[in-house]
Design a protein around this ligand. Sequence first.
Ligand code: 3HC
Length: 295
Amino acid sequence: ETPTADDAPALRHEITRVGVVGTGTMAGGIVEVFAKAGYDVVYVGRSQDKLDAVVTQITRNQDRAIEKGRSDAATKDAILGRLTGATEREALGDVDLVVEAIAEDLDVKTELYRDLDRITKPGAILATTTSSLPITQLGAATKRPEAVIGMHFFNPAPVMKLVEVVTTDQTSPEVDETVRALCASVGKVAVSCGDRSGFIVNALLFPYLNDAVLLAEAGEHQLVEIDAAIKAQVGLPMGPFELLDVVGTDVSLAIQKELHAEFGEPGLKPAATLESLVAQGRLGRKTGAGFHEYA
Ligand code: 3HC
């Protein structure tokens, strides 16, 4: 049955100010998504340098959009004017929703959720971008598990359409609906998922990416040839090694380990090359080298 407009999710909570915790690739992209859509954004990082880097990135993307005739100086100024950077979490006291995009470490995140529960106003929604950790456990660190939900964005967040909206057994239907409506209001497509390792996309994508590394390790094919074959034949915009470098070998390894631990299938064991690239600090585009080298 085709859904009608009546089925469209509604904003059951008023959302005007959005908080973002983190200043990495995903966090910066998410700040940009909300600011572009007209939301005031308070974003929290560990140092002024990291906060500045987010502004630099958004400025660069806006400048490129202006060059291409897709934005103008007034729009750029308005977007930058909606940003408030802070090094203290206390700055999140009056936001309606927080999107957390910090390191994929359950202890670090759990500590943050305890703090967010204390700092944010009653009713504020706490959304995590985790791609592999159990959201139920983050909810359990708070006194508001009904307001804890996953918003799994894809990299690069300003471009990728999909957001996996992940509910736990405790997430309230109103919070779920609000977050799905919020996704629509920032031009994203929301897909509802359960709190199962890898959700939908990563559960299907990472076994393939790991297989690509194993295929390269077998030694018969060049990385660029595997990338080229997939782009030409499967119609994906990037080959597996280009994509691993965009996602980050470190993030990819963490996801692969989580999937392996959860489902125990031998084929999910992270390929040795992924481990060794991470050990060498070749984390992908963000460090200038990963599977490929970047100028
Ligand atoms: N930030 C903001 N905008 C960006 C950007 C970035 N990092 N990278 C590209 N763009 C914009 C460009 O400005 C351009 O905008 P325009 O259409 O308005 O001119 C548009 O995106 C297209 O970019 P380009 O023309 O420079 O380059 P491509 O056409 O090669 O597209 C790509 C680049 C969009 C990254 C494309 O290669 C792609 O879709 N790759 C696949 C990415 C993907 O699959 N991501 C998901 C990974 S899995 C994941 O994230 C899950 C997590 O848990 C790990």
